[in-house]
Design a protein around this ligand. Structure first.
Ligand code: PLP
Length: 422
């Protein structure tokens, strides 16, 4: 234990676990430096937050400029950076998004989206998809089913939340088509046996499940949910907290699939690391939220909004380069899959890639991830895991990572796999 880790374990609640002993003092682009001057490739990106790397110059300049003029006045006063951020995000988002409400964290934005859906529809039920992660607050944890552990000790959770399967083709040993059909059939049975569709305010889903193991929904499944939503007047809420802001190759994954949600939840990379989140929807939907029926003190603070506007500007330049990086990564991981028996599946979109580690066929190998992450750190790279068994490498490099750094990161995973298998 270092001095710092001793101090932290004494005074920071143990509910947040520290996996690494590295004391990080600086970040620059795709790299961070520790207190001893050792550099690490940061492919954890603060859980898919620093999508543009550390301290991207134009974002830093925008935040500094705002910091030198105004930090906080609250949402009931006028300041320009909030309008700038909202205008730029709306212009980049699916056509269904016409207005924004800003908050501070992903969980808060999920709660806001559900409150909006309930208020505007007058209905109270919510359908969520098994394996989804939507946050840790009492409301959002009631919608989170990526791990039972996140819910243990907090019951009773919110009522009238109905959980239905999300297609997990690899986990179920099925084709994507069969997995979609199975999941849709379960949803139809839910409407037959458990709740009438006209009591459901919203479908809440991630277009590519994150914490749950990096499972893309597929365009066909998204479209089927859209069709059911239209048929029954249910609002479709896309939680794009992790999948948004370029991560899967376009501004939002809804655009990658070409399926517009009614309500779009944003967070994480929205300001590349400064605290900000938001909900977007049409003017008509927001008109159901009468003034005063929701609110926030810090939400949409001037500095985070200035950073966010600069993030969107920069993403316009970065997004066209994602396809090349994504193709390279998928080709390299495909090659690794042929050479390493521990890799069971490689899946994802853009630069949101899950590499599932298994043993004895399809059995999740959690120890493999733990050991590979440790070796990778020794070799100079941070990676995170995901999935209910924490056996999936969550590969989320910065979207503007250089091709050399990207290759270097995959080489490190290759070496770590070799060390684990030998
Ligand atoms: C899809 C999704 N929704 C919501 C959240 C919650 O965000 P936060 O941790 O900022 O509250 C997360 C966080 O990982 C997430 O991945």
């Amino acid at each position: 234990m270092t001095d710092l880790s001793t101090r932290i374990s004494n005074i920071i609640a143990p509910v947040i676990t520290t996996d690494s002993q590295v004391e990080i003092v600086e970040g620059d682009g795709s790299w961070v430096t520790d207190v001893h001057g050792k550099r690490y490739l940061d492919f954890a990106t603060g859980i898919a937050v620093t999508n543009l790397g550390h301290r991207p110059p134009t974002v830093e300049a925008a935040a500094r400029e705002q910091l030198s003029r105004l930090w906080h006045v609250g949402g009931s006063f006028l300041f320009e950076s909030r309008a700038n951020a909202a205008e730029k995000i709306i212009a980049a988002a699916p056509d269904s998004i016409e207005q924004m409400f800003f908050m501070n964290s992903g969980a808060e934005a999920v709660e806001g989206a559900i409150k909006l859906a309930k208020k505007t529809s007058g209905r109270q039920g919510v359908i969520v998809f098994r394996g989804g992660f939507h946050g840790r607050t009492m409301g959002s944890v009631s919608y989170t089913t990526s791990k039972a552990k996140y819910r243990r000790g907090y019951h009773p959770l919110l009522p009238s939340v109905f959980v239905t399967p999300f297609p997990h083709p690899y986990g179920w040993g099925m084709s994507q088509e069969d997995a979609n059909e199975y999941a849709l059939n379960e949803l139809r049975l839910k409407f037959k046996h458990e709740v009438m569709p006209d009591e459901i305010a919203a479908f809440l889903f991630e277009p590519l499940q994150g914490e749950g193991g990096y499972y893309p929904a597929s365009r066909e499944f998204m479209q089927a949910i859209r069709d059911l939503a239209d048929e029954y007047g249910i609002l479709m809420i896309a939680d794009e907290v992790q999948t948004g802001f370029g991560r899967t190759g376009d501004f939002f994954t809804s655009q990658v699939y070409g399926v517009d949600p009614d309500i779009l939840v944003m967070g994480k990379a929205i300001a590349n690391g400064l605290p900000l989140s938001g909900v977007g929807a049409s003017r008509e939907i927001f008109s159901g939220w009468e003034p005063g029926s929701h609110g926030t003190t810090f939400g949409g603070n001037p500095v985070s909004c200035a950073a966010s506007a600069a993030v969107v500007d920069m993403l316009h330049e970065v997004i066209p380069g994602i396809a090349e990086r994504s193709d390279l990564a998928f080709t390299r991981f495909g090659d690794l899959q042929e050479r390493h028996r521990t890799i069971g599946d490689v899946r994802g979109l853009g630069l949101m890639i899950g590499i599932e580690l298994v043993k004895n066929g399809r059995e999740p190998d959690s120890e493999a991830f733990a050991q590979i992450a440790r070796t990778a750190e020794d070799l100079g790279m941070f990676i995170l895991g995901c999935g209910p068994d924490y056996n999936v490498i969550r590969f989320v490099p910065p979207l503007n990572v250089s091709l050399d750094d990207l290759e270097m990161g995959i080489d490190i995973i290759d070496r770590a796999l070799t060390a684990y298998e030998s």
